[in-house]
Design a protein around this ligand. Sequence first.
Ligand SMILES: Cc1ncc(COP(=O)(O)O)c(C=O)c1O
Length: 405
Amino acid sequence: MIVHVVVVGNIKNATVEDNMKKLNFNTRAIHVAQKPEPIYGAVSHPIYLTSTYEQKSFGEYQYDYSRAGNPTRNNLEKSIASLENGSGAVAFGSGMAAISAIITLLKSGDHILVSHNVYGGTFRIIDKIYKNFNIEVDWVDTSDLKVIENGIKQNTKFIFVETPTNPMMQLSDIESIVKIAQQNNLKLIIDNTFMSPYFQRPLELGADLVIHSTTKYLNGHSDVVGGIVISNDAEILEKLTFIQMSVGGVPSPFDCWLTQRSLKTLHIRMERHNSNAIKIAKVLEDSNIFENVFYPGLKSHPQYELACKQQIDPNGNPGFGGMISVVLKDKSSAQKFVHKLDLFTLAESLGGVESLVCHPASMTHASIPPEKRKQIGLTDGLVRLSVGIEDPKDLLDDITDALNF
Ligand SMILES: Cc1ncc(COP(=O)(O)O)c(C=O)c1O
């Protein structure tokens, strides 16, 4: 099998990569795999919109076909791998395609433990598709270490954790789960979509794989659907690259380029998402209108301490991201509140520069059966806010106005 490496115009050799490793996060976000291209010196790289490549002779080539490898895609993989402190990454056409690729590392009869609150699509793909291939799953509360330990079976291979969870904002202790996974020879996979590598780097804590819906904070402009898996495990990366090339769920070069461009402002965007959300979460909590306000940056969050320890920016300061969930008494109150909002657009997705609001029970988590939603507290009165990077005063005015629904 040929595993493609990035050879076009930038990170040609180990020396350059080693130099890059010494740079700080914000500099790496701008410079890794982004040295001016060698032909014309273009500072902003061209997009390699090509499906195929000239071969010098039979079997003599750097790239042969864009499903197997594309310079724009490989540059994006290199950049995101660097931000997550991984040795490599494999990009996909969506977060779901990335999760699907990970599950296809398993064999029929294998067992996995998965956080009982995950994005609805993650539940759906495992429950409706991979169960048919005899992948055994137990949905467990991964915030409880005893529950994880008790759930491990002879045939368990993976622990799949979303932290914080979508939309309940529940955290799992990555470092402690790493210990359990290592003692039991299991791979730990973290869905890091909500925090982005700016506020959480699970590989540094010992996780084996990190997945992102790059649709969200990494791209951050609500104009691309994409996904990526990052790891330090060369064998897994090789297998995932093989799956990427064989199954073909690859992102387009244009989408990779857009995401690469967006990465350059990730640190600035995440800071603003975070500071805006902290202000808004406090106003929401102080209003006493909601049955609950779930935001890891609030002292009232049951895992506030863990959030301060685990969710830290590259300088070691805690960060809590831009996602807040609030609970109203029922669907009709939720609807009234949402309709009063003006700057928060009612829409699926999250992590973009513009503020969005969503009703998970009827939107992102509709594929989870109502009784299962109830078990994890995902009620019809729950509303999820994705706080954007607009001026905080305008967002606060909008929220304050909507409190009088
Ligand atoms: C936490 C999380 N993981 C994975 C996904 C799936 O990503 P995508 O929509 O890019 O397929 C989502 C989508 O909302 C998500 O929120």
